[in-house]
Design a protein around this ligand. Structure first.
Ligand code: EPZ
Length: 424
């Protein structure tokens, strides 16, 4: 059954909400759990479509998988396959994280190549470089990432850019490689640190995560563990922006303020009141915003995944804002949807958009063109005068647990509506 979101704009968001566990942390940690010689219990896993797909893959590979109330018990001892099928693995990008894990277990793996998303080409040359540097034979013909290695040896990996995926895959390969591996120019995102902490809790020797160089002494036996995934940095940021956009007063519990510093600083620059305690963030706004310039960068810079939600807010800021999307080459497609709501936005060249603030947005029928674009459309709809229908909410459900329910609990007038065939 296809659904859409119907949002009546204008409600101030007020109250408290709790951030779910990190999608991008969970998508790296779940494959890593297969490297243990005994079961793991992992808590605070978001119940989202991407997680459900990767759990289906773990079951298909033969692992024991029990998932309820955001807690997973995974038993890797019964895994007996190294080649997840396209029907499963082709449905999401992070499935290629299984390649280094299955390589470590079986000495070989065949995993469908990750799909390109609507935000750019998304090559994986740095992942291939990392695995080859540690001794793997890597082949990508036929849309399948085939890797094999009778044995893996630690070495120095120099990434051309701080790629999250390449850092994850290099880490997951290195823990199975004998000797020391140093990953240089590593990504520093919170989910990289969370993966490092998870691997360490399994008995791996991983140091330096969160800095430019991650040092791993591999080849050690890894055991099952009990672990709790970090809160989702991007969901937290999306809720912060939604609170600001509606002139609201919202406390986001379970958040880690240091993960949010780039966004908090930008919201403060716009005139939003952001205060933090140990594990919560309080956002208050009078609904009036200064225009600002935003440049996305790898962590700890402003996250590319929050560029689209913040751009939605900038459409009603006072003045002209410039958004420079340096990470992905096609992350402005959703501007066409914002224009349908009255936004005055222009892409001046592939990676730069100019946003001229308008008095208000108006409800319209729009579509989500990718996961974070969908979140941006929700934020625009919460601010708009009138009613907005958002199609393509499958994207949103991939990455946000109970997003509409959380917003409704804060006072948003938002509902899921079944899409009849003759609509959209
Ligand atoms: C991860 O994607 C996230 N996905 C993305 O989140 C996020 O936008 C991105 O990191 C950046 O933070 C997951 O964690 C599952 P990259 P990833 O490798 O690993 C280029 C979301 O909304 N590049 O850091 O694919 C690449 O083209 C998603 O949750 C190469 O050129 O991102 C891009 O321009 C969207 N060669 C840039 O680097 C490579 O081998 C960053 O990519 C790898 C990357």
């Amino acid at each position: 059954m296809k659904e859409k979101l119907r949002i009546h704009g204008g409600a101030r968001l007020e109250g408290e909400v709790t951030a779910s566990g990190g999608k991008n942390a969970a998508l790296a940690i779940l494959p890593a759990a297969l490297l243990a010689d005994s079961p793991s219990t992992i808590e605070n896993i978001p119940d989202i479509n991407d997680v459900r797909v990767i759990l289906e893959m773990l079951r298909w590979l033969g692992a024991g998988v029990e998932f309820s109330n955001n807690t997973l018990v995974v038993d890797p001892r019964t895994i007996d396959k190294y080649n997840p099928p396209y029907e499963l693995a082709g449905r999401m990008r992070a499935s290629y994280y299984l390649a280094p894990v299955l390589l470590g277990i079986f000495g070989r793996a065949e995993v469908p190549l990750p799909g390109g998303c609507d935000i750019g080409a998304r090559p994986i040359d740095q992942t291939l470089k990392g695995m080859r540097t540690l001794g793997a034979e890597v082949n990508t013909t036929g849309g399948v990432l085939s890797v094999s290695a009778p044995s893996l040896e630690g070495a120095d990996i120099f990434l051309d850019m701080p790629s999250v995926g390449a850092t994850v895959n290099s880490m997951l390969t290195a823990v199975s490689a004998g000797g020391s591996t140093n990953i240089h120019n590593a990504a520093k995102e919170p989910h990289i640190v969370d993966l490092a902490n998870f691997l360490s809790s399994m008995g791996a020797s991983v140091k330096g995560a969160g800095t430019d160089v991650i040092r791993i002494r591999g080849g050690r036996p890894l055991h099952g563990t009990n672990y709790t995934v970090v809160p989702d940095q991007i969901e937290t940021g999306t809720l912060m922006i939604a609170a600001a956009a509606t002139g609201g007063d919202v406390i986001i519990n379970g958040a880690i303020p240091t993960h949010m510093e780039a966004l908090s600083a930008k919201l403060l620059e716009m005139g939003v009141n952001v205060t933090t305690e140990d594990d919560c963030i309080h956002v208050r706004s009078n609904g009036v915003f200064r225009a600002v310039n935003v440049k996305t960068q790898a962590y700890p810079g402003f996250p590319t995944d929050l560029q689209q939600p913040l751009t939605a807010l900038l459409t009603v800021a006072r003045g002209t804002s410039m958004v420079n999307e340096t990470i992905f080459e096609a992350r402005f497609r959703f501007l066409d949807e914002l224009r349908k709501m009255g936004a005055d936005v222009n892409v001046v060249e592939a990676k730069t958009a100019i946003i001229n603030g308008v008095e208000k947005l108006y409800g319209a029928r729009v579509s989500a063109t990718d996961l974070r674009a969908g979140a941006a459309m929700v934020i625009a709809a919460l601010m708009a005068d009138g009613t907005t229908d958002i199609d393509g909410i499958g994207y949103i459900l991939r990455g946000y647990e109970n997003f509409d329910g959380k917003l409704r609990s804060l006072g948003a007038m938002i509902e899921r509506i079944e899409v009849t065939d003759d609509e959209f």
